[in-house]
Design a protein around this ligand. Structure first.
Ligand SMILES: [Zn+2]
Length: 461
């Protein structure tokens, strides 16, 4: 469970590499947290089921320290488990109140006894009732009720405050009660990503891998700067990005290799007997490739957005939401679009940090208008047509570059700047048409590849 970010917070994900001893402690902490979650939930259920009470949060929080087995975890981690239970429970009650969970209203005396977890010391006392009799619950909970977590059901814990239980020193991570002074956990941190003040750190296990999710508070963004360098971007169908400067950016070939590999392994999986030993093994393999691809896509998105923001003051995209309303959506394409949305998102926040502007424009007609004369095509350009031929001014352009130029021209910030500076708008974007014929080396692509290939992030074995 990852905390929701507020507006000027960012959640960053890093791989961590604990030693076997550290990993044992991470597992131990996870297990303590899971047990605490179950116990806290039990006490809530019991208070309601037996006594009909919705207890006071502050009272419950005070009782936390009586769960003695939690002494092996940091107090802030413990507090976070409590907050998660509270949050989940309040959401449940809220859902009932707002009619989202019809028929789920808990009735007293209907909860089933829970036996898997040994009876802990329940720490509240209720006058006039026999508080020495502890009941724990499991099984049949109303729909929407927070669930008790089994061994495989609890995956993360959180240090709530930087400097209070967790700390970063270079590429080393200190976690109170887990690492010792001379034995910190190695973390794959890219220092230029952390630009704000770290706040929370959530340790999460995904498959066999461990990750640290670090929330960072971003300092107030600088005021917007007047754009000098501007670019329009067409997010194409074929994983291809065309820019109004006449360049194409292509995701590394490695993606395609990994995707092919994934398809092969998935076909193998489909042929196996569901649930068999081999099936489970293959499933793990498929999941591993999935994770690798996801990681690589994320990395690519960061590199691309970083490069765009480094080079341009104004970056204009199509509004993908509107675009999707127009185009038919296939599954593959929607996955594809999720990648595009992430690129736009990453570019947006990186730009905001530098006072630069990202604008999203209505994609309507951007592929049907001639970027040289500004007139709309008489005969509609089909998806298969790669070249835009204008019947009015006889220009012949690459369709995606033409669209990218139109996208830039649609931007309000672009129009304002052109008007203020008195530039002839037509010159922007059409100056590098030589690249359309393939004469120009796509420098952005090269830069991007250099950024991306700095790490061997896509070795699928
Ligand atoms: Zn024309």
């Amino acid at each position: 469970m990852v905390r929701k970010e507020d507006q000027n917070c960012r959640n960053l994900r890093f791989s961590i590499h604990p030693t076997p001893e550290q990993e044992a402690k991470l597992e131990e902490t996870m297990e303590t947290c899971r047990r605490l979650w179950n116990d806290l939930l039990s006490s809530r259920v019991e208070l309601f089921d037996v006594y009909g009470l919705y207890p006071d949060s502050r009272l419950l929080e005070k009782q936390l320290k009586f769960y003695e087995y939690t002494n092996n975890i940091h107090s802030q981690v413990r507090l976070n488990v409590f907050e998660r239970v509270q949050q989940a429970y309040f959401k449940f009650l809220d859902d009932i109140k707002n009619g989202r969970l019809k028929g789920s209203k808990p009735k007293r005396g209907t909860f089933v006894k829970r036996e898997d977890v040994p009876v802990g010391k329940l720490s509240y006392s209720i006058p006039s009732k026999n508080s020495s009799k502890f009941i724990q619950y499991d099984g049949i909970l109303p729909r929407g009720h927070p669930k008790f977590k089994g061994k495989e059901g609890y995956h993360s814990f959180t240090y709530k405050q930087y400097g209070n239980g967790w700390k970063l020193t270079g590429n080393k991570l200190f976690l109170s009660k887990i690492t010792s002074k001379n034995d910190l956990i190695k973390i794959d941190i890219n220092n230029d990503i952390i630009q704000g003040r770290p706040k929370t750190c959530t340790i999460k296990k995904e498959g066999n891998k461990w990750f640290a999710f670090v929330t960072v508070e971003i300092p107030d963004n600088p005021g917007p700067i007047i754009p000098v360098t501007m670019i329009g971007i067409d997010l194409g169908l074929e994983s291809l990005i065309a820019t109004s400067d006449g360049e194409f950016i292509e995701p590394p070939e490695l993606f395609r290799e990994a995707e092919k590999r994934l398809a092969i392994e998935q076909r193998k999986l489909a042929r196996m007997e569901y649930g068999s030993q081999n099936y489970r093994k293959q499933k793990k393999k498929v999941n591993r490739i999935h994770r690798k691809i996801a990681k690589a896509r994320n990395h690519f998105s960061h590199c691309l957005s970083k490069m765009l923001v480094g080079k341009y003051d104004l970056i204009v995209f199509e509004n993908l939401k509107i675009k999707n309303l127009v185009k038919n959506s296939r599954l593959a394409k929607s996955i594809h679009d999720a990648g595009w949305s992430r690129i736009v998102q990453h570019t947006e926040y990186k730009a905001a940090e530098k006072g630069k502007t990202v604008e999203k424009v209505d994609p309507k007609n951007t592929s049907q208008i001639c970027s040289v004369c500004g007139k709309k095509k008489k005969t509609k350009l089909k998806l298969a047509d790669r070249v835009f031929e204008c019947e009015h001014c006889k220009s012949s352009l690459n369709r995606d570059i033409n669209a990218a130029v139109n996208i830039l021209r649609k931007s309000k910030a672009y129009k304002d700047t052109v008007r203020l500076a008195g530039i002839n708008g037509c010159e922007v974007g059409t100056t590098t048409t030589s690249s359309v014929t393939g004469l120009q080396v796509p420098t952005m692509n090269q830069q991007l590849l250099n950024l991306v290939q700095g790490r061997d992030f896509l070795r699928v074995q």
